[in-house]
Write a protein that binds this ligand. Sequence first.
Ligand SMILES: [Mg+2]
Length: 384
Amino acid sequence: MRLCGRSNVAEFLEDFIVYRNLAPMDERLPKLDDLRPKLNLPPGTIPRKHELSYAQVIVELLRAAQCLQNPRAELRRLVFIGDTRMSDGGAFDNICQVAGWEGIIFIGSENTELFEFESVQTAGGQTMVLSNRWSALNSSEEYNLRRYCAARGFPIDEHTAVIVDLDKTALGARGRNSQVIDRARVEAVRQTVETLLGDAFNLESFLFSYNQLNQPEFHPFTADNQDYLAYICLILGSGLYDTEKVIREVRGKRLLSFRQFIDQVETHKAQLAPSLQTIHDTIYANVQAGDPTPFKAFRYNEYRQTVQRMGYLPDATPLDVLLREEIVITQEVRALALDWKREGALLFGLSDKPDEASLPTPELAAKGYQPLHRTFTHVVGLPG
Ligand SMILES: [Mg+2]
């Protein structure tokens, strides 16, 4: 692996990107509200990645993007490059099904074990390629996705859409650099909770609550939602409830959901400090309105913690330090995306990161801060 200069994700995706709110960064693409009548989407809701309606929206956006880029070529095929078998694989299957396309999805997660390159059938009858090297996209000597597509008679041309996942794929590759993304998020939770609790903040008990409740065992309770987890850590840090007791209640199935937890806090909120009551009221209102990202203050901090870790180290930084401390672009993803773009494919980026954690506030934008896909950082990987 080596350093391949500096760039941003927009170099290969331009603004053909949506973050979690499904608001296209390219203003020429239809807004979610414009698509609602056609797709029968109820007002005010944002489809989540595992839902069929999410795929319906993405297919509309891909077709609209294709109209801008190559209006005479109809899309017929999909390649998806991601890092999460369940979540990316599910969205991929749904998109293929909704559009009636044939598809291949690559799922990468790097480790130091022997090279693996395996293809399996997805639940939707499409092809999934799994590998433990990101270089299996295009630069591996043995097998790679590029050659695999050619050998399968699956052309990558102006009839092909290529979806690139952002989180832990194009940025902070899973198994190689993804821990920096996680660290930015934990640091944002800590910073948010510490600021709100002030002197009452205790780092050790915060880390204990966060690390415990972040385990998959507690996903039914936290819905694996980092906003919920941040809020729970805040309330536990305030001393309103005892962490050990909450853990026992979840394990004993007496505390079943986050909703049950926040409803309880609502009943006892008079015991919270006034500043915490205010933040509780805001989050509670967002939760009641169905907002999956109810803890805005935390997500704004996450944005800052994330951009702060992009492109800030000197070019001469040793590679292992760069991969440990900076969120970098995955060279293999970038090289393949640029090649396929040149060959006529439609490139489109998906991110499940909340928009509040991906885009600058107007105040930060005025200071020159950019959305994550436009922020420059180092590029690291195996050159193709
Ligand atoms: Mg991902």
